[in-house]
Ligand binder design. Structure first.
Ligand code: NDP
Length: 259
């Protein structure tokens, strides 16, 4: 049996998800009992997300920037932590209903859980920052959020939030760049502030993968990690949801193809 999957977003051509998922589908056909094919779809009008899902006869999809909130709204059923986050990055078709999940949050947590961080500073207040803050709070790790502007902080009232105007320096041990500044090869904040923040930090993390100005600057002070580990972890969790069971090898297969 063949099943079709897809990543949907805009822009989408840089996405590594088709490579990761097709490699896993190709290698695990016997174990999962079907042959999966995974494509990409560049969607310009987010309101058409659900139409695209049905038109392409998909069994599942990953929904990425900037449509995770629309995916949440268009899901028939929202499961797990996605309900609290208000954003969905994985759709699975079950009995003709679209089930929505968020694997970004747990994917991120998998990558940091063994480090014993006590106080995380999230830079940025968009959808990813909300996912990360929710899982960190759920796992009893203190979290603070710093954003360049106040508007989006209104959606994050249950967390400690700052703009530059009221920012209070604390002993943050993990600094996560959850802004999209790296997409434009920009720093999220001025060097002088970042330098101050890195004084107490043990680690710097950028959700974007590859070389970024943020990680380049952070590496002068602390060890660094880019978004690749999170990409693989959220992808492996989505893959298991597509297959409806735990697949121990999914993570290592996805990791090996991205090396
Ligand atoms: P959103 O568009 O929801 O939020 C963007 C945030 O970045 C806002 O807080 C915005 O601030 C801030 N921002 C944008 N540009 C700048 C800038 N030049 N300087 C400072 N702040 C800026 O994005 P997402 O939360 O969905 O995604 C954020 C990043 O995370 C993206 O780069 C995305 O690719 C990456 N990502 C990686 C994943 C992975 O698996 N590795 C998974 C999910 C996301 P303001 O409110 O002031 O506009």
């Amino acid at each position: 049996m063949n099943k079709q999957f897809c990543v949907i977003g805009h822009p989408i051509k840089h996405s590594l998800s088709p490579l990761m998922h097709n490699y896993a589908f190709c290698n695990l056909e016997k174990q999962i009992g079907f042959r999966g094919y995974y494509g990409r779809y560049d969607l310009l009008d987010g309101e058409k997300l659900i139409d695209v899902f049905w038109d392409l006869k998909l069994h599942g999809a990953n929904i990425t920037v900037p449509y995770k909130e629309i995916a949440f709204a268009q899901s028939d059923v929202v499961d797990g932590i996605a309900k609290k986050i208000g954003a969905v990055n994985t759709w699975v078709l079950k009995q003709q209903k679209i089930y929505g999940y968020n694997t970004d949050a747990l994917g991120f947590y998998h990558t940091i859980k063994d480090f014993g961080f006590k106080h995380v500073l999230l830079l940025g207040a968009g959808g990813s920052a909300r996912a990360l803050a929710t899982i960190l709070q759920q796992k009893h790790i203190k979290v603070s959020i710093l954003n360049r502007s106040a508007a989006r902080l209104k959606n994050l009232k249950e967390f400690e939030c700052f703009t530059l105007q009221n920012f209070v320096m604390q002993d943050f041990d993990l600094i996560v760049n959850a802004t999209s500044a790296s997409l434009h090869q920009e720093l999220p904040f001025e060097e002088i502030l970042l330098k101050e923040i890195f004084k107490t930090a043990r680690y710097a993390y950028d959700l974007m993968y590859g070389k970024t100005r943020f990680l380049d600057f952070a590496s002068k002070f602390v060890p660094i990690c880019d978004g690749r580990a999170m990409l693989i972890a959220q992808g492996a969790l989505a893959f298991e949801l597509f297959c409806g069971k735990e697949i121990a090898q999914a993570h290592s297969l996805m990791q090996s193809i991205l090396q």
